[in-house]
Design a protein around this ligand. Structure first.
Ligand code: SF4
Length: 277
């Protein structure tokens, strides 16, 4: 069974879509990690730490803390990410109210679905823009992002539940999703949401949640292991699954590296402050 009060997120649903067995091990069996995700471990951990620091810096900057105060003592790599962020004119020239690190939720198919946004900007005449910060090693491809649950869950929940921020209903076509990556700061991926996409997302997410819940109710059998063994190279459970002993090399991590985004790590089991409607 899922732990009491379990709340779904793009991250937990992505685990299920990528590999049902990973979802089962991580969230139902709460299996302790028997392996490391990537080698060298220290390099991976440093990258994760920097990612957390970067998210925190941006959050504080968006809350109005002066740049000079924030940029003291940054290491070289973090300082580079920070300068790139400061040069992100699209964001800094945008007027409107800002909501950094805000969580919204909605009920769907009898489950609670959460989205934790890095930043929402509500512009007077430009609708709402979702900003998401990535610290992936490589530029993110638009086609890849379009397949990710985050690209669908975030605008869907905002359309469902964001009315409380504006005091009026939000139309899906008012929503834009902007994914900005430190590896390609001048090439943010911008995706416009729509009514049609909203309906497709509702249908897809409802079906996914229903399938997942049915699987949970079926009992303790081992869930399906992914057929894409490339995923196993960067999965901490590979020895449990008989999918190899050796961790994938950190620098070879491709788009799947997005899964370690510290802004969403452990999401689903943590306590979060949320706004639900
Ligand atoms: S090692 Fe592979 S099969 Fe096992 S949980 Fe991880 S991704 Fe799934």
């Amino acid at each position: 069974m899922l732990p009491a009060g379990f709340q779904f997120s793009q991250s937990t649903l992505q685990d299920y879509v990528d590999c049902p067995r990973r979802f089962q091990l991580r969230y139902i069996l709460r299996q302790a990690w028997p392996g490391v995700r990537t080698e060298p471990l220290q390099q991976h951990e440093r990258h994760m730490d920097r990612g957390v620091q970067f998210h925190r810096l941006v959050q504080r900057h968006q809350l109005g803390i002066p740049v000079e105060q924030l940029e003291r003592g940054l290491d070289e790599e973090l300082a580079g990410w920070w300068r790139a962020y400061l040069g992100f004119d699209l964001l800094h020239s945008m007027l409107g109210r800002r909501y950094p690190e805000i969580t919204l939720s909605a009920d769907l198919s009898g489950a609670r679905l959460l989205a934790k946004y890095d930043l929402l900007v509500v512009s007077p005449n430009q609708g709402i823009t979702i900003f998401d910060w990535k610290t992936s090693l490589k530029p993110l491809r638009r086609e890849f992002l379009l397949k990710r649950l985050q690209t669908h869950v975030y605008p869907y929940i905002l359309a469902r539940s964001g009315g409380g921020l504006l005091g009026t209903e939000i139309s899906p076509k008012q929503i834009t999703f902007c994914c900005w990556n430190t590896a390609a700061p001048s090439e943010p991926v911008i995706i416009q949401y729509s009514q049609e996409q909203y309906q497709q997302d509702e249908s897809y997410l409802s079906g996914l949640l229903a399938a997942l819940r049915a699987e949970v109710e079926r009992g303790p059998a081992v869930w399906v292991l992914t057929a894409d063994e490339h995923r196993c190279r960067f999965c901490e459970y590979r020895s449990l699954c008989g999918r190899g002993e050796v961790a994938g090399n950190f620098e070879e991590m491709d788009d799947f590296g997005d899964e370690i985004d510290p802004s969403v790590a452990d999401f689903g089991l943590v306590d979060v402050e949320e706004i639900g409607f």
